[in-house]
Structures are given as structure tokens and as C-alpha cells.
Design a protein around this ligand. Structure first.
Ligand SMILES: Nc1nc2c(ncn2[C@@H]2O[C@H](COP(=O)(O)OP(=O)(O)OP(=O)(O)O)[C@@H](O)[C@H]2O)c(=O)[nH]1
Ligand SMILES: [Mg+2]
Ligand SMILES: [Zn+2]
Length: 379
């Protein structure tokens, strides 16, 4: 039996990477008949190669670890009202990176809080990435605002231009972990992955000048494997690892916490190369964008992986109770002392959460965010 990992969905066909190759596969009829489960990006699947058939069959999907899901309640006027609509974004995720761009405007804290709920719901670790640090206008204030809602999750200040923060992100996925990048279109998700790969594998595009809105350049989720940093690879080397690499990574236990440095790190050759009309070395050895063709064959389970995602237009938080509690520990802390067990902390008497706001222990903005999100979670 061959086991591979689903790295993308290509017009309905899972694209699977095995130790030997990368191939399109399809679900076996047996699997389709006996289960509603369909392969998602990040799944480990068992493959069968029936003789005389071009496309291998997925005969089983291995049990999943942390799964990132977008779940929304179907609106009452639509067919299927009361049901929920579920989209599995990524599976077997060890860490969710929530990315937001530092820019002229202050951080959109409410949007970050929503993404934190969705990310925590998966049960995976969560990190905040404040991107485009080279363009930051209110770095200190934005960093403080992010740290105030992170509750122990690492906050990484990152720039693909200066290279700041890249090593911290590498360390957070080191040791064969899988990370997924979430964030609005244009924040620099694909650019960051290209920087970590040292090759412009994923397509990127400039944001709109007038409002910095992204262009939804990435249209499908896709997993890439990072160079094995234990092999002393240098930045700019296209990843290559042979199947026998078993040395433990020196950064297997990431210890990066709330780190940040204003000092410019080493310059980023690939982003600069992209910006210039005449392309540098890295661009020359680059690939047809959107193709995995030049990433050599590896044993996926031994390598750290990152999943690039399209900028989400909406975040579904229906039923994300665990995520809500994990993202709002400051609110939950007081809730146990409310008079009513099902207190919504909005208008009930003897509400300990509202009392905490009145006493100046809890910022009113946190309670306001919580109440709005809690309503969505409960549907
Ligand atoms: N100044 C600066 N520009 C950056 C940085 N990172 C990315 N960019 C630019 O931001 C633009 C958008 O980057 P992408 O990587 O395409 O953004 P994305 O998040 O993948 O966007 P979608 O695929 O649309 O979801 C590109 O022009 C990048 O060159 C950075 O750290 N600093
Ligand atoms: Mg992208
Ligand atoms: Zn209450």
C-alpha cells in the first residue's frame, strides 16, 4: 500500500504527493459508497494502483488530526435553512498562522479576533503574523494591539522585503510540522511561502494602489514542503531532501514567543528580484508559476509543510464554541461568576462579565466583540 499526502484539489481530483511522485488520484467507488468523507488538503490517503488504470484510487483516508473548518449557518430564506454549510479548509494542521498586513491604517482587531476563533476551533497552535513590517506606520501600537488579543500565541513581525521574522516562522513549523496561512487577499501569504522556499513557486500580485486591496491571486489551497533546514541549506536553494533524512531538527521545539526586532535582517533577494524588471538569480531558476514540477521528490511526512490559502471573503464561526473560549479567555474567566449559567453577558442582571467591564478589569471592546461573535457561534 502507498500512502501519500493531498497537496491540493485539482478540479475535484486530489493531487497526492507520495515518496516517489506527485499524481492526481480519485476516490474509489467503495470509499464514495461507504463514507461521506472526501479527501481535503493535508489528508494522508492510502492509494491503490489498479492495473490498466491511469488514475490511482484513494481507498482510505487516514484519521485526521487538527482540522481547520469554515462552518456557516444556511440563511433561513435559502433552501436547507437551519442546516450548516461546512468547508474543510485544511487537515492535519499543527499551527495556524493568521496573517495581517501592517500598513498606514491601524490593525483591524475585530477581524483578527474572528480569525482567532476559527483558528483555535481547530485545536492547533495559533500564531499571529504581522506582515509587511517594512511598510508599517504604527508598528508599536499595532504590535501591542495584537499581543493584547493573542493570549500567549506567538506574534511575529514579518517582512518579505527585509527578511525579518522569517526565521521565527521557520522555527514554528520546524520538525516536520504543518502550518496553514490565513488572511485577507494581499497580505502576503504566498510571498511569505516563496521566501521560505527561496524560490518564486507561488503566484503573487501587487495590491491595488488606491486601497491596498488584494486581487485574490491565489485561487486554491495548496501545500508546499519546505527545505529541510537541518541539512544546512541556504536561502535560495530549491528544496531537495532525499528520503533517508531522519536527523531531528534543531528547532523541533519552537520557543519563539512574542519576538520582534526592528533591526533589518538580511535582505530578501527574491522579493527584490520580483520588483525589478531585470530578474535576479532566484527568478531565473524559478518555475512556471503554479506548478510543483521543480520541487524534487520527498517523503512528505518528514518535511515541514505550509498550506497557502486564498484570501477568505468570509469567516464562518457557527458552532465554534471551543474556538470562542480559547480566543476570549479574558471574558470566559469572569463568566463562571455570572448569576445565570446561560448568561450571554449582554443584558442579564448580576453578570460578572459586565461587572468586570465596569470595574475596569476587562476592556469594553473585548466584551462587545465577544457578544457579537458568540451570537454567530450559537447561530
Ligand atoms: N512591502 C512589502 N510587500 C509585500 C510583502 N509581502 C508581500 N508583499 C507584496 O504584497 C502583494 C501581495 O502579496 P501576495 O503574496 O500575492 O498576497 P496573498 O496574501 O497571497 O494574496 P491572495 O493570494 O490574493 O490571497 C505583492 O505585491 C507582494 O510583493 C512585504 O513583506 N513587504
Ligand atoms: Mg496568495
Ligand atoms: Zn454574564
Amino acid at each position: 500500500m502507498t500512502v501519500g499526502r493531498v497537496i491540493s484539489l485539482d478540479r475535484g481530483f486530489p493531487l497526492v504527493k507520495t515518496a516517489e511522485q506527485e499524481l492526481r488520484a480519485q476516490h474509489s467507488i467503495e470509499l464514495v459508497k461507504t463514507s461521506d468523507l472526501r479527501a481535503a488538503v493535508g489528508d494522508y490517503v492510502e492509494l491503490d494502483f489498479p492495473p490498466g488504470q491511469d488514475i490511482p484510487l484513494i481507498t482510505a483516508i487516514q484519521p485526521r488530526g487538527h482540522t481547520l473548518i469554515r462552518r456557516s449557518l444556511v440563511e433561513s430564506k435559502h433552501e436547507g435553512a437551519g442546516k450548516h454549510d461546512e468547508q474543510v479548509l485544511a487537515v492535519n494542521v499543527d499551527i495556524v498562522f493568521i496573517m495581517t498586513a501592517l500598513a498606514a491604517r491601524p490593525l483591524d482587531v475585530a477581524y483578527l479576533e474572528r480569525q482567532l476563533v476559527m483558528a483555535h476551533e481547530s485545536g492547533a497552535d495559533v500564531a499571529l503574523v504581522l506582515s509587511k513590517a517594512d511598510q508599517a506606520r504604527h508598528l508599536d501600537a499595532d504590535l501591542a494591539a495584537a499581543q493584547a488579543i493573542a493570549f500567549g500565541c506567538p506574534v511575529v513581525v514579518e517582512s518579505a522585503v527585509t527578511g525579518e521574522g522569517l526565521q521565527e516562522i521557520r522555527e514554528l513549523v520546524a520538525g516536520g510540522r504543518t502550518g496553514v496561512l490565513l488572511g485577507r487577499s494581499g497580505v502576503g501569504k504566498s510571498t511569505l511561502i516563496n521566501e521560505l522556499l527561496g524560490a518564486p513557486l507561488l503566484e503573487t500580485a501587487a495590491v491595488r494602489a488606491k486601497d491596498r486591496a488584494g486581487r485574490h491571486t491565489t485561487v486554491a489551497r495548496r501545500m508546499v514542503f519546505l527545505p529541510d533546514m537541518t541539512k544546512g541549506m541556504t536561502k535560495g536553494t530549491v528544496p531537495f531532501v532525499t528520503s533517508g533524512s531522519e536527523e531531528p531538527s534543531p528547532c523541533a521545539n519552537p520557543t519563539v514567543q512574542q519576538t520582534h526586532s526592528l533591526a533589518p535582517a538580511n535582505n530578501s533577494p527574491s522579493l527584490r528580484a520580483q520588483a525589478k524588471p531585470e530578474r535576479g538569480n532566484l527568478a531565473d531558476q524559478s518555475t512556471v508559476l503554479g506548478s510543483m514540477a521543480e520541487v524534487p521528490l520527498t517523503v512528505p511526512s518528514q518535511l515541514s509543510a505550509l498550506i497557502d490559502t486564498p484570501g477568505l471573503r468570509s469567516i464562518g464561526l457557527y458552532d465554534a464554541h471551543r474556538g470562542l473560549a480559547a480566543a476570549f479567555p479574558d471574558v470566559i474567566e469572569h463568566a463562571a461568576s455570572c448569576r445565570y449559567r446561560d448568561c450571554t453577558h449582554s443584558a442579564e442582571p448580576a453578570c460578572a462579565v459586565q461587572q468586570a467591564v465596569q470595574d475596569g478589569i476587562l476592556p469594553a471592546s473585548r466584551l462587545a466583540s465577544y457578544v457579537v461573535i458568540a451570537e454567530e457561534v450559537s447561530g
